[in-house]
Design a protein around this ligand. Structure first.
Ligand code: NAP
Length: 308
């Protein structure tokens, strides 16, 4: 089995928490290069201070994982594809749907693998929920995604800027579970985007999805008493599924059916290796589409300025 030489671009929180350790223990990948604007390095890997320098300086690289904020992702991903590299895109895969469509075309034209990584989808409990809901009707969907932005995103100025997604940065993880488990497509009917007067992006969002059924989502970054990452689905037959812990636990009518420690990024890299071996792309735009729809239909509700 071949080992792929991979480069990681942007050594921020997620690169350090997940990508680098998971690559280090992977039998499919070798960390060949990193690029960090701040000049961070990684043991055994060539180090560069820009994506351009990394692409120019490592002709033998097979693939890159792009772990920058979303606003920078498109230009870097396009340059990587133009340099003949396969590309893994952190979530959200691009700042806009048009950018993602253009990347999909650019990869297909060159016969390269492009993969969107919706990490919350890589949980056995999520797969079980999808299987249990297949062919069912849904009477209720309630997405309750609450966390403290000061705890989870300290110092991340980009997240408040246009294209930074605000509370949709975690909220899109919930939507990536929703689009995977729901037995039918969901559509945003109404959205309230609660936005600090000194920010471009929302701190809290309420979404009502089109029926039939009572389908809602609440994302809130102002929760200071611990986090809640929970999705409840009640079927037309009254069965109650609760996915909690960000998709790591599933209870059905109060009985735990699946619970496992998070190994999302191990799953992501295993899937990327499978795609590389098969020469197949995996581009899932559905969670990004829902966020775009919420911004398109949403009502901006002003709230007090945010200070960290
Ligand atoms: P972060 O800590 O702010 O790291 C992003 C890094 O990207 C920065 O530290 C910087 O690293 C680099 N960077 C920043 N601006 C750049 C630009 N304009 N061009 C090129 N590189 C730039 O953010 P993060 O939490 O790791 O999130 C990054 C992405 O991963 C986001 O899309 C986020 O949604 C996703 N994600 C985050 C988590 C999480 O738990 N934090 C989980 C899953 C997915 P260098 O100085 O090293 O270049």
């Amino acid at each position: 089995m071949s080992t792929y030489r991979i480069g990681v671009i942007g050594l921020g929180k997620i690169a350090q928490d997940q990508h680098l350790p998971v690559i280090a223990e992977s039998s499919d990948f070798t960390l060949a290069a990193v690029s960090s604007q701040r000049g961070l390095t990684a043991p055994g890997a060539l180090a560069f201070t820009s994506a351009e320098a990394l692409l120019a300086g490592t002709p033998h690289l097979d693939a890159v994982a792009i772990c920058t904020p979303p606003q920078a992702r498109y230009a870097i991903a396009l340059a990587a594809l133009q340099a003949g590299k396969h590309v893994m895109l952190e979530k959200p895969p691009a700042a806009t749907l048009s950018e993602l469509a253009a990347l999909e075309d650019a990869a297909a034209t060159r016969g390269l693998v492009l993969m969107t990584t919706w990490h919350s989808q890589y949980n056995a409990a999520v797969d079980m929920a999808r299987d249990l809901l297949a062919g069912q009707t849904v009477a209720e969907l309630f997405v309750n995604w609450q966390e403290d932005v000061r705890k989870w995103h300290p110092g991340q100025a980009w997240i408040w800027q246009a294209g930074g997604f605000g509370v949709f940065d975690p909220g899109i993880n919930a939507l990536s579970i929703v689009t995977k488990i729901m037995p039918h497509p969901v559509f945003v009917e109404r959205a309230d985007l609660v936005t600090p007067e000194n920010a471009d992006a929302p701190i809290a969002v309420s979404i009502r999805f089109a029926g039939p059924g009572d389908l809602r989502a609440e994302f809130d970054w102002r929760a200071t008493g611990g986090e809640t990452w929970e999705i409840t689905v009640v079927t037309g037959h009254g069965k109650r599924l609760v996915l909690s812990g960000g998709g790591t636990r599933l209870a059905v009518d109060g009985v735990t059916m699946a619970e496992a420690p998070q190994r999302e990024y191990q799953g992501i890299y295993t899937h990327f290796a499978e795609l590389l071996r098969a020469g197949r792309a995996h581009v899932d735009a559905a969670p990004l589409r829902l966020v775009a729809d919420a911004f398109m239909l949403g009502r901006r509700v002003a709230t007090a300025a945010f200070t960290e």
